[in-house]
Write a protein that binds this ligand. Sequence first.
Ligand SMILES: Nc1ncnc2c1ncn2[C@@H]1O[C@H](COP(=O)(O)OP(=O)(O)OP(=O)(O)O)[C@@H](O)[C@H]1O
Ligand SMILES: [Mg+2]
Length: 256
Amino acid sequence: MHIIAFANQKGGVGKTTTAVTLSHGLARSGKKVLLVDLDPQGHVAFSLGMDKSPGLYRLICLNEKIESIIQPARENFDILAGDKFTEKVKRHITLSDFRETILLDLLEKTDYDFVMLDMAPSLDVLHLNGLVASDWVIIPTRLDALAVDGVNEILSTMGEITKRGYPFQGYSILPTFFDRTTRETLTQLKEIVQTFGGKVFPPIPQDTRVRESVAYGKTLWEYSLMSPAIQGYSDGNKHTGGYAQLLQRVLETFHG
Ligand SMILES: Nc1ncnc2c1ncn2[C@@H]1O[C@H](COP(=O)(O)OP(=O)(O)OP(=O)(O)O)[C@@H](O)[C@H]1O
Ligand SMILES: [Mg+2]
């Protein structure tokens, strides 16, 4: 089992979109996937056309069995939903013993190929639990002047967690909202690649169909398979980014 967190303390960078799209992509490739919503905004269920619900609260505060809370979202693809009750989980964890590994201990008992953690744009005890539980972190980032700073912030948090004895196998940086027509985006992409080298995945194009798909409660694979966000841009022989390419990279990284 691989546990992957989607994290960036900055808001609105594409964490939930990437978590939902990649989770469904892996499920469509035959992998068994669980997506856990660690954000009180509860956007995971909403993005999949389902209702928000206190899944994480029932699991951690009410001690209910994980099998009875998990909901099927698509074939091979289950979710553990969240909602505003997730706030109460934070208080509960703060008062518990073994507070750093509560989530890890619960997830380790499940039987999935991939467990994906959609993190909130915050830094609290639940965020910490998510990072402690994960063995890989995907860091989506917008291509603006604050991008490098945002990535450095999460890398420094990961450094602290490693020091506490919970190391990571690795991480990847995923540029999002890529707009090849603006110079700022291209300049920022270059800067990110110069700073973080091979850790940077090909960028995900900005694409209005991403917002539309959420409004229809469909994943991008269902709503617009041929959209730039999935297929990237092709100019002659050169191909750039998109969630299909990300899916391939992830399948290659975690094969076997
Ligand atoms: N590639 C894209 N092109 C256009 N819109 C996008 C793209 N990716 C995400 N969006 C939209 O941008 C908004 C923010 O994306 P998302 O919710 O995935 O970010 P987030 O990092 O999870 O935000 P939060 O920090 O609030 O949890 C959403 O409305 C989403 O539909
Ligand atoms: Mg989100």
